[in-house]
Design a protein around this ligand. Structure first.
Ligand code: HEM
Length: 407
């Protein structure tokens, strides 16, 4: 494990793993947007950080110049994570997110029906039931960790259900996903996470060959593309992606939303009194606390708006920063639960725009709604006890809250 030196100049030496960035990236982006809208750093293999909406969305849409096939992680990757730097265990990466057309096109097409609005509706009852069960387990205590006991528990179980994996695997899945994404300084831990996920799905594929069900893995194994079965290396990557993309992201959004509501009593009261606000509130919380920063890695030198970008460098797809751009959003640092014009890019832009956005929105809405209905009056119990993860996915990891005991 190595710690990096403190940042002296954010425009030429930024570090998204620096604790000041993890705790408050917003004020850093605000300065950069005015002074150096596309910052650069040599750290972590070299990368560029656009902070304006216009640049982030233009880069996301330019898949020729900024492909995904050379790597999408914000860090040089641990072996086997699907980045083309280390393609051994996942020879096709984690499509569609880590691929360019044509692999991107047909793998995305295969996933979309599983996350359509109609299909998502069928997962809503189990999600609500799950949220209620979780709340039952702590409501009598008058306190809980809203991240650990609640937010973290929800998306992993929904995705396990879609993949046809027992709910009892949830804790293990969560550990692997966290190991893969969260621990920038610990390469060994990241490697462990990826290997855990790959080995699990290798076994799951074998098992589904023998006992096919009506789950996504079984369907992928039975699907023909251009008259041929899908290479199992592709299926392995797709399953790994769903786990990684579907778990940390949504749990971080649920956690950040509950953090906001717990620390802004007026907004909490509005949500209690005006439940019809939920659709705009969900979008606004997604905008203001967008969790996901992706990356593109250059296969050759490129130039964008005068920035000389070198082969092998990353461009950080700063969707969270784009969503705080005052050129696009009035009072961007304010959470306005009934904000009307809200074309946020929390789910990305262009061909890689999130395939799971319907599912994510449903989980976020149901998780907040259920919490507010059952625990309308709650607050942060210990502000010093709140911790945030940063990097690829930002969200609270410890969130102690208290509320009147309902025992
Ligand atoms: C609040 C929760 C979520 C957020 C903020 C989010 C964000 C994103 C973003 C920004 C991208 C674009 C990546 C890029 O440009 O490289 C993306 C792609 C993707 N997401 Fe999500 N995501 C969320 C939840 C989910 C869920 C629940 C699933 C499914 C289980 C999912 C599946 C995917 C997939 C498959 C892609 C790749 C799409 C493609 O490459 O065509 N995401 N997500």
């Amino acid at each position: 494990m190595t710690q990096t030196p403190p940042v002296a100049d954010w425009s030429s030496d930024y570090d998204i793993f620096d604790s000041s960035y993890v705790n408050d990236p917003y004020s850093i982006w605000a300065v950069l947007r005015d002074e150096c809208p596309i910052a650069h750093t040599d750290r972590w293999g070299g990368s560029w950080l656009p902070t304006r909406y216009e640049d982030v969305t233009a880069i996301a849409r330019d898949i020729e110049k900024f492909p995904s096939g050379y790597g999408i992680g914000v860090l040089p990757v641990a072996p086997a994570s699907g980045d083309s730097e280390q393609p051994m265990l996942l020879p096709y990466g984690v499509p569609p997110i880590s691929s360019d057309p044509p692999l991107h096109t047909w793998t995305r097409r295969l996933l979309l029906p599983w996350m359509s609005p109609q299909r998502t509706e069928t997962y809503e009852a189990m999600t609500r039931d799950l949220c209620n069960r979780l709340i039952d387990s702590f409501i009598e205590n008058g306190s809980a960790d809203a991240a650990v006991d609640y937010a973290q528990q929800i998306p992993v179980r929904v995705i396990a259900h879609i993949l046809g994996v027992p709910e009892s695997m949830s804790e293990t899945f969560t550990g692997w996903v966290r190991d893969t994404l969260e621990f920038a300084y610990d390469e060994e831990r990241r490697r462990r996470g990826v290997i855990g996920i790959v080995q699990f799905f290798v076994e799951a594929l074998k098992e589904r060959h023998e006992n096919p069900g009506d789950d996504l893995i079984s369907e992928l194994l039975m699907t023909d593309v251009d008259g041929e079965k899908i290479d199992e290396g592709v299926i392995l990557g797709m399953c790994g992606l769903l786990l990684i993309a579907g778990v940390d992201t949504t749990w971080s959004s649920i956690g950040s939303s509950l953090w906001h509501i717990a620390s802004h009593p007026q907004d909490r009261q509005r949500l209690v009194n005006e439940p019809d606000l939920m659709p705009t509130a969900v979008e606004e919380l997604l905008r203001a606390y967008s969790p996901v920063t992706m990356a593109r890695r250059l296969g050759e030198d490129a130039e964008y708006n005068g920035c000389p970008m070198k082969k092998g460098e990353r461009i950080l797809m700063n969707f969270p920063g784009a969503n705080r751009d005052p050129e696009i959003f009035e009072n961007p640092d304010e959470v306005i639960l009934d904000r009307q014009h809200n074309r946020h890019v929390a789910f990305g832009a262009g061909i890689h725009r999130c395939a799971g956005s319907n599912l994510a929105r449903m989980e976020l809405r149901v998780a907040i709604e259920t919490w507010i209905q059952r625990i309308p009056d709650f607050e942060i119990a210990d502000a010093g006890g709140v911790t945030w993860a940063g990097g690829q996915v930002r969200g609270p990891r410890l969130l102690p809250v208290r509320f009147p005991s309902q025992g």
